[in-house]
Every structure is written in structure tokens, then in C-alpha cells.
Design a protein around this ligand. Structure first.
Ligand code: ADP
Length: 426
């Protein structure tokens, strides 16, 4: 970056210096030409008033050339003794014939100088004089040593500027980068201008730390949760393999293995679904959730009958939400299966849907107030026994994730021993 700053400032300043030198030389040269014309005019006027001979004017002026012509352009006198037939066409001569005086300038290849002409009409003759001045190129070349001096000064200033820029701008940035690398501590800065960058780094760091923590926690929970069914499967499989079990015990061991395998695969399916939701970018659409809910709860009828649970529903018609069919059924599955699982014998479940909210209320075992804040966390279960009938603590975290991504508010209210109500406000 310092090299780029140096190079950019050098290119810009060299360009500016050269541009300034060329344009100012041109302006200065034009100024000299204008002043020379005025001087020539003054001298010719003095000459006209004095009535001196043309040769005297040449000496007086020390001019380059002096030409006297009659009004047809015929040369009467020329200080350089040249026969100048074509002078009559010169701009200054033409202007003098038509309006009394004229001036012009041009580059003399022979003298390598700018020649300034002035011509005046004295009623009976045309007097034309010229003076040579330095051309703009010569002026530029004369100014070149000074210009080179400026360029050297420019390079020095650019080097100094780059050094200052590196010290005052890049150094704190390097310092910031240094403090941000390989550390989890909060990045602090000396300059308030760098605070927004430090904030971003701190936010990212916090995010990375939290993600790492959550990943570690997730892996540890998954392995812990998998361990129980796997140990059980392994133990019973070993017993069967030993051949020491009678037929009845073998059947029991086989059914335990089956149950635990189903539990394991259900857990894996939930884990996959949970992580899948992070990348779920599927589009939502207008869905009549009243119809979806009415149809879906029908599939629970056998379970309610089996568990002797009274189910009541109060579903408002034609509630339309921008969502996906599987989001609604997934939420229902988790809330209703929990309401069944954690209900009391002959308990009841009430499902209510209005335009603004969905409620699943049960008359089950309820949840302790202290536990309520944790139940939406991954792998959190109130009953830590990890028994065959207890869950893995993933269902409510999936519901929470679905509600969060849909910007719905999920709340829970529960009284220990009386029941629980889960509410989703759309
Ligand atoms: P799982 O039910 O698979 O254990 P969840 O994430 O669905 O996991 O639930 C987390 C915990 O919240 C459960 O372990 C249970 O203790 C508690 N819970 C959830 N729903 C209810 C309910 N309706 N009544 C009582 N407790 C509940």
C-alpha cells in the first residue's frame, strides 16, 4: 500500500508540475508577445512624429528587421536588404492597409525564435518592423533546471508524505490487524475513525466464538444422546450373540434393539432437520393454514384414542399466512406430540387458531418456572434420565427456529401439575 501511495502521489504531482510549467510558459510567452507589439507600436509612433529616416529607427530600436513599402506593397527600404515581394500578404501588413495598423507573430525556423511584427500606415508609406524574442520552447528549456529542482523537491515531499501516511494511517491499521489476529480479546483502537472496523471485528469474533462454542456443545450433546441407545443396542446384541439367552429373552432383546434403533434414527432425522433449517432458503407462499391444521390433526385421532386424551379444537376458517405447508405440520407435530407425551392419563388437549395466533394447551404435568427459559434450547430436556420414553430436547428448538425465521413470536406458559400452553403469535 505504501508503494502504491508513493507511486500515485509521484505520478499526480509530476503530471501537475509539468502541466503547470507548460501552460505557464505558454501564458508568459503570449504576454511577452503582446508587450513587444506595444513597444513596437510606441517606437513607430515616435519615429513618425520625429520625421527621422527609417535606418535611424532600426538603430534606435536595435530591431530585427525594418521594411518600408509604398501603399501598393513595393519595398522602398529593407534593413536586411532582402527583396520581399510576399510581405504584402502578411496579416499585419494587410491590417495596416485596411485599418491603419496591424501586428502578427510567427516562429522563425532560421533564427529558431518567435518574430513579432508591427506594421503601420503613414498615409503615404507602410512601415513594418520586427523584433525576435525567445520561442516558448526555448523559454521552457530555460526553465527546465528550475523544473528539475521542483521535481526533486516533489520526490522528496512524496517520500515524506508516504512515510507520514504509512506511519499515521497504515500503522494503526496494522496495529488493529495485529490485535485482531489469533486473539479472542476485544479489539481496542487509539483512533476513533478505526472504531467501526474494530466493532465489526469484535462482532465477528464474538460470532465465531459463539458458533465454535455452540458447535462444540452440539457435538458433545449429540454424542452423549447417541451413547445411550448405542450402548443399549451393543449390550443386547452381545447377549444375543453369546447364545445364552432363551427364546423369550432373545425376543425381548431384539425388540429393545429395534426400539433403540428407531429412537436413534428418529434422533438423527431431527438433528439433520435442525441443521437443514439454517440453510433453508425455500420460498414461502400464501397458505390457508386453517385447512392444513384441520386435515393434519385428523392423523392424531388414533393416538388420542390410544392415550385416552380428549382433543378439542377451535379453528377459525380461512386464516392465510405466507409460509410453507411443512413448517405448519412440523410445528403441530412437535407441539401436539409433546402435549400427548407430557399429559396425564385421561388428560385433554385444546388447539385454538385465530387470525393472530395459534395455541396448543394441555392439562399435563406442566413445567417448572426455572425450566421454562431453557426448554427451547437444543438438547434441553426437563427429565434427564434419557430413558426410552424421554425425548432428545430437539423438538421445541426446531419449533423455535421455524418461528424465528418466520418472524412469529413463540411463548410458553405453564403451571406445574396443571398444564402447559404454547402460543405462536403471527
Ligand atoms: P423432547 O420432548 O424431545 O424432550 P422438546 O424440545 O420437544 O424435546 O422439549 C423439551 C422439554 O420441554 C421436554 O424434555 C419436556 O420436559 C418439556 N416439555 C415440552 N413440551 C411439554 C409439555 N407440553 N408439557 C410439559 N413439558 C413439556
Amino acid at each position: 500500500m505504501s508503494k502504491r501511495i508513493l507511486l500515485t502521489s509521484l505520478i499526480v504531482t509530476i503530471f501537475v508540475i509539468l502541466f503547470f510549467a507548460i501552460t505557464s510558459t505558454e501564458v508568459y510567452h503570449n504576454q511577452i508577445v503582446t508587450e513587444t507589439k506595444t513597444i513596437l507600436k510606441t517606437y513607430t509612433n515616435v519615429y513618425k512624429a520625429s520625421g527621422e529616416k527609417p535606418e535611424d529607427l532600426k538603430e534606435l530600436l536595435d530591431c530585427n528587421s525594418l521594411t518600408v513599402m509604398d501603399l501598393t506593397g513595393k519595398v522602398i527600404y529593407d534593413s536586411n536588404g532582402a527583396s520581399i515581394g510576399s510581405v504584402i500578404d502578411a496579416i499585419d501588413v494587410q491590417a495596416a492597409i485596411s485599418s491603419g495598423e496591424g501586428s502578427s507573430e510567427g516562429y522563425s525556423i532560421e533564427k529558431k525564435m518567435t518574430e513579432v511584427f508591427y506594421c503601420t500606415n503613414t498615409e503615404n508609406e507602410l512601415i513594418r518592423i520586427s523584433i525576435c524574442i525567445n520561442s516558448s520552447t526555448t523559454m521552457f528549456l530555460q526553465a527546465l533546471p528550475t523544473l528539475l529542482g521542483f521535481l526533486v523537491l516533489d520526490i522528496t515531499l512524496c517520500l515524506l508524505f508516504t512515510w507520514l501516511a504509512t506511519s499515521f494511517i497504515l500503522h494503526p491499521v496494522k496495529e488493529l490487524a495485529q490485535s485482531a489476529i489469533g486473539t479472542n480479546k476485544e479489539v481496542k483502537v487509539r483512533f476513533k475513525e478505526l472504531q467501526p472496523i474494530a466493532n465489526v471485528i469484535n462482532q465477528k469474533n464474538e460470532y465465531v466464538i459463539n458458533s465454535q462454542k455452540s458447535k462444540d456443545e452440539f457435538i458433545s450433546n449429540v454424542t452423549h444422546e447417541m451413547n445411550t441407545p448405542l450402548t443399549s443396542i451393543k449390550g443386547f446384541a452381545e447377549l444375543i450373540a453369546s447364545g445364552n439367552l432363551d427364546k423369550q429373552k432373545t425376543i425381548k432383546a431384539g425388540s429393545t434393539i429395534l426400539n433403540q434403533s428407531e429412537r436413534l434414527s428418529s434422533m438423527i432425522a431431527k438433528i439433520l432437520r435442525y441443521s437443514e433449517l439454517d440453510d433453508d432458503l425455500l420460498p414461502t407462499y400464501d397458505l390457508n393454514i386453517s385447512n392444513v391444521i384441520k386435515e393434519h390433526v385428523l392423523t392424531y385421532s388414533p393416538l388420542f384414542k390410544d392415550k385416552k386424551i380428549t382433543f378439542e379444537q377451535q379453528i377459525e376458517d380461512n386464516v392465510v399466512l405466507k409460509t410453507r405447508h411443512e413448517y405448519i405440520t412440523e410445528i403441530l407435530d412437535n407441539l401436539i406430540s409433546n402435549a400427548v407425551k407430557y399429559n396425564k392419563p385421561k388428560g385433554s388437549i385444546k388447539l385454538t387458531l385465530t387470525n393472530r395466533k395459534l395455541e396448543v394447551a394441555d392439562t399435563g404435568i406442566g413445567i417448572d418456572r426455572e425450566e421454562l427459559t431453557h426448554i427451547f434450547s437444543r438438547f434441553y430436556t426437563v427429565d434427564k434420565s434419557h430413558g426410552e420414553n424421554t425425548g432428545f430436547g430437539l423438538g421445541l428448538s426446531i419449533v423455535k427456529k421455524l418461528c424465528d425465521r418466520s418472524h412469529w413470536k413463540l411463548t410458553v406458559d405453564s403451571t406445574k401439575g396443571e398444564g402447559t400452553v404454547f402460543t405462536i403469535e403471527f
